[in-house]
Design a protein around this ligand. Structure first.
Ligand code: AMP
Length: 608
């Protein structure tokens, strides 16, 4: 019978990574989970390997230097997935791990890989495939941080959109571990710039994500290229049937580990993001603060210098702001937090380090003015709101280039981070009127503390009314004007840049749709799409080396359409989109399905 390990998992939190680790590791029959060959469990319970006592990271066969590095990083105990994976991977077994991000899965495969590397450079020995470039960068960074005591060990992240030549040069100099996205890895394999002769280990990280993003054919293509004798490790948060098939087809007698992730504690926090060009971040921040009235706000920036700039700009527009960064002496920090707690200051601009562990109940809004360094920082930042059982809001500012990180953060918190628009004048003005109304209602209900003064003020109103022959409404208006001061109640600030941001964002979307590659024909722009055209998808792409001319030629031949009647063409790795005149007769449509371009059937379909 197939046997695999299912382990109660836990997300690591910044505050207590090791405290939160569960104490039980158990073996369960999980044959229905991934139909793979039986494995014999090496982990007997949570504390012993083959009867031997585990002390932190000792007992797995890691060298002393690596153990010291881990200690210095603050890793005291292996996480459940690490405890289960290390023994298998140190034996060079294939492994299927079902684990989410946040469980320590990267170190689970990275540490044994580093330990077992034969040499620091030369042709690549390890290839890690990740769905996104952000994850590729992150995983490569993790490898580097674990191999910090081996400066000669070469690790390279390769992904689309980055300089190809630079990657080729680095590969020529020798790289032991390559971490990359499927498309770019394919390009290097095709060109022979990744020498596969010494590849001994392949890792598929977040395999289900690669499936979701349509990369699975590319992944299989890469798998087919690799030497037969190699170790394969597959990690996936979920196990859709396609991933199960891959694990069955390409992995050899894999060990199976399932980590059941516990739910994040961020569910009381409404999380949103907005896309803004860097040059408009301060304007966007002011607008957000105007549109969302929350009691206390923390704005996180990446550096001390930015805390100062942001605070200055906000003060200049009338906000009461305090700063919390590493340069602020401890006693002053405590005073600042006290002021925030009491409400004498509403906005705190802070760096991650300075705000670590900050616990103030009245924080209703956290703004990630700068993208956090990693997902742990994000979880920590947003955890400053929604405290003491209250709800809270978190808004993440991202530049168009940083959009890819949002998806990673969503997976880390297990919740969507919805998109929001930068508040425009209409939204801000509605909010200003609402606020004024609330303040007037409150003032009318509470009245004035001093009775004598109230009597005097009423007499004053009567007097003015009689003298100027105006009614109470007009006097009330004059009083509001006086209270508001000279600046206009309604914002008429320039908001044209918000639209520009939208348009740029739109163009970026299109660029992303092109998969980071240039469309061979024209830049795709939906606004110029002819109304008489309809979009179709065909199943040929870059992997088949198809060029727009091949598609135009084949379709023109089959349909009798003139080349110029064939619209825009976008080519992706495994498929392409093509705009053709509407109302294509069904017989032509059916014939087109079987037309072969670059030796592959078009399998044309209307694009959803
Ligand atoms: P991952 O699931 O690989 O994305 O890792 C989540 C986070 O946990 C990363 O920030 C790691 O640095 C951290 N981490 C991994 N293993 C451990 C450990 N044994 N103890 C403490 N932190 C860890």
């Amino acid at each position: 019978m197939s046997k695999s390990k299912e382990i109660e998992g836990s997300e690591l939190s910044l505050e207590s990574a090791s405290k939160e680790l569960p104490s039980s590791v158990e073996n369960n029959d999980r044959a229905e989970k991934i139909p793979a060959t039986p494995i014999d469990s090496t982990v007997k319970d949570d504390q012993t390997i083959e009867g031997q006592q585990i002390n932190g990271f000792e007992g797995f066969g890691f060298n002393e230097k690596l153990i010291t590095t881990l200690r210095n990083k603050g890793y005291n105990e292996p996480t459940p997935i690490q405890k289960a994976a290390f023994p298998e991977l140190m034996l060079s077994r294939d492994l299927v791990g079902q684990a989410q991000t946040g469980t320590g899965k990267t170190a689970a495969f990275a540490l044994p890989i580093i330990e077992k590397l034969e040499k620091p450079g030369g042709p690549p020995q390890v290839l890690v495939l990740t769905p996104t470039r952000e994850l590729a960068i992150q995983v490569a960074e993790s490898f580097r941080s674990y191999a910090i005591d081996q400066p000669g060990l070469k690790i390279l992240a390769v992904y689309g959109g980055a300089d190809f030549r630079g990657q080729i040069n680095a590969l020529k100099r020798g790289v032991a571990i390559v971490v990359g996205t499927p498309g770019r890895v394919m390009d290097h394999l095709r060109q022979g710039t990744i020498n596969k002769s010494e590849l001994k280990c392949l890792v598929l990280d977040e395999a289900d994500e690669m499936l979701r993003m349509g990369f699975i054919d590319d992944v299989e293509w890469v798998l087919e290229q690799l030497p037969n004798e190699r170790q394969m490790i597959l990690f996936s948060a979920t196990m859709p049937s396609e991933i199960r098939r891959i694990s069955k087809q390409y992995l050899n007698d894999p060990a199976e580990i399932t980590i059941k992730a516990t739910k994040q504690k961020t569910s009381l926090i409404r999380q949103r993001h907005l896309i803004v060009q860097n040059s408009y971040k301060i304007d966007a921040l002011k607008r957000v603060l105007e549109a969302i009235s929350e009691e206390g706000v923390i704005i996180f920036t990446r550096t001390k210098a930015i805390t100062l700039t942001v605070a200055e700009k906000l003060e200049a527009s009338g906000h009461s702001v305090a700063i919390l960064n590493g340069d602020v002496p401890q006693n002053q920090r405590e005073r600042t937090i006290e002021r925030l707690r009491k409400g004498t200051v509403d906005i705190l601009v802070a760096t991650d380090v300075a705000a670590r562990g900050l616990d103030v109940d009245r924080i209703g809004l956290v703004i990630n003015f700068d993208m956090p360094f990693d997902k742990e920082a994000y979880i920590h930042r947003i955890g400053r709101t929604g405290r003491a059982g209250r709800s809270g809001e978190a808004i993440l500012f991202a530049s168009p280039r940083e959009r890819g990180f949002i998806n990673n953060l969503e997976r880390a918190v297990g919740q969507p981070i919805d998109k929001m628009e930068i508040p425009n004048n209409e939204t801000i003005n509605k909010n200003r009127i609402n606020k004024l109304q609330k303040n007037l209602v409150k003032a009318s209900e509470t009245g004035r503390d001093h009775e004598k003064e109230t009597v005097l003020l009423k007499e004053l109103i009567d007097k003015i009314g009689k003298e100027l022959k105006i009614d109470a409404n007009e006097i009330a208006l004059a009083a509001i004007n006086l209270a508001l001061g000279p600046s206009p109640l309604l914002s008429q600030e320039d908001e044209s840049w918000i639209k520009q941001t939208d348009q740029r964002r739109y163009r970026n979307d299109r660029r992303e749709e092109r998969g980071g590659r240039r469309s061979r024909r024209t830049d795709f722009d939906q606004s110029s799409m002819d109304n008489n055209m309809e979009r179709f998808r065909v199943e040929v792409g870059h992997r088949d080396r198809v060029k727009p001319g091949n598609l135009v030629g084949a379709i023109a031949n089959e349909t009798g359409l003139k080349g110029r009647m064939i619209g825009k063409i976008q080519i992706f790795e495994t498929h392409s989109f093509i705009d053709l005149p509407k109302q294509m007769p069904s017989d032509i449509f059916n014939n087109l399905k079987r037309v072969k371009v670059m030796n592959r059937e078009l399998q044309i379909n209307r694009s959803a």
